[in-house]
Design a protein around this ligand. Structure first.
Ligand code: NDP
Length: 299
């Protein structure tokens, strides 16, 4: 049996088209587009590509995207001052600070400083807390996109056994919360888990977000499972000289060729979770903009 390939690129296109329609309606109602401000500190090459892609994707759906590029030696105080201005600006609906940050800046201080109503990455403790208490508001983009890919695979999550490998605040933990909210029986695995292969073999739905190339082998997959591979690892092609970027390729945390012979559905890398993350960022920006413009009702 060869698995159905869950095409994240195609699904992301349909999410973007829906966002574009929603943005048009928003502009008619409010006389301005939703605004997304992306903040990049330093010169991390991967972050430069991610932030440019996010700004470009925003503009393509009619969101007013703005990229702030700050020097590598920016202080925490300077970054917090910028966030203060963006929090106070009524035309700004979404704020995203690209991680990782240079070492002189405390990541948690920065994430905590973003107005939760504009926290389109969903990393603020208020949004994490709302998700954990079953009242999701702005949900982290990668888990949100992964849930849509699971839905694309079809089948019910009700009572399904789900295993999430990786327990980061940005992927693993929110992913587990979403699966739990969808009535799956959820196991979280991490670097201290013993006999990870056996844990994975129990999964009807397996989500892997570790950052270790092809860690999960084909015989770790339960026959018929849905496999979501979040990992993005750049490895040298066979025979390449280390450091030669032209001879590298992107692989996931799952050994794709082996796993697709056992899974019923699987995401490729690239072209699976990655495009969905950006599409869900646009969706979150529209949701944040709508929520900010909707008068709050008293209790
Ligand atoms: P983190 O480094 O924050 O977390 C990695 C997690 O994997 C940790 O919980 C760690 O456990 C666990 N882990 C590490 N080694 C093992 C192991 N041998 N066995 C089991 N668990 C292990 O990473 P992120 O969550 O930020 O990202 C994970 C991957 O997903 C990366 O490849 C990243 O590039 C990718 N990613 C992709 C996105 C996309 O859009 N496609 C978006 C975000 C991330 P412990 O807690 O015990 O240390």
């Amino acid at each position: 049996m060869s698995a159905t390939i869950l095409d994240g690129k195609k699904l992301a296109e349909s999410v973007r088209a829906e966002v574009r329609t929603g943005v048009d309606v928003f502009v008619k109602e409010h006389g301005r587009p939703p605004g997304l401000e992306v903040v990049l500190v330093g010169e991390n090459p991967a972050s430069q590509i991610y932030t440019r892609n996010k700004e470009k994707a925003a503009k393509e759906v009619g969101i007013r995207g703005k990229l702030h590029v700050l020097a590598d030696d920016t202080t925490e105080t300077e970054l917090l001052a910028l966030l203060g201005r963006l929090n106070a600006d009524p035309a700004v609906d979404g704020i995203l600070v690209q991680l990782p940050l240079p070492k002189q800046i405390r990541e948690q201080r920065v994430l905590d400083a973003i107005d939760p109503a504009k926290d389109v990455d969903g990393f603020h403790p208020v949004n994490a807390g709302l998700l954990a208490s079953g009242r999701p508001s702005l949900v982290p983009c990668t888990p949100r996109g992964s849930m849509k890919l699971i839905a694309l695979a079809g089948g019910s999550l009700d009572g399904a056994r789900a295993v999430v490998v990786g327990r980061s605040n940005i992927v693993g933990k929110p992913m587990a919360q979403l699966l739990l909210a969808a009535n799956a029986t959820v196991t979280m695995a991490h670097s201290r888990t013993t006999d990870l292969a056996s844990v994975c073999r129990e999964a009807d739905v397996l989500v892997v977000a570790v950052g270790k190339a092809e860690l999960v082998r084909g015989d770790w997959i339960k026959p018929g499972a849905v496999v979501i591979d979040v990992g993005m690892n750049r490895i040298d092609m066979p025979g390449a000289i280390p450091g030669d970027t032209l001879k590298t390729k992107l692989v996931g945390d799952v050994a794709f060729e082996e796993a697709k012979e056992r899974a019923s559905a699987i995401t490729p890398v690239p072209g699976g979770v990655g495009p969905m993350t950006i599409a869900c960022l646009l969706e979150n920006t529209l949701l944040a903009a709508r929520a900010r413009m909707t008068p709050k009702r008293g209790h």
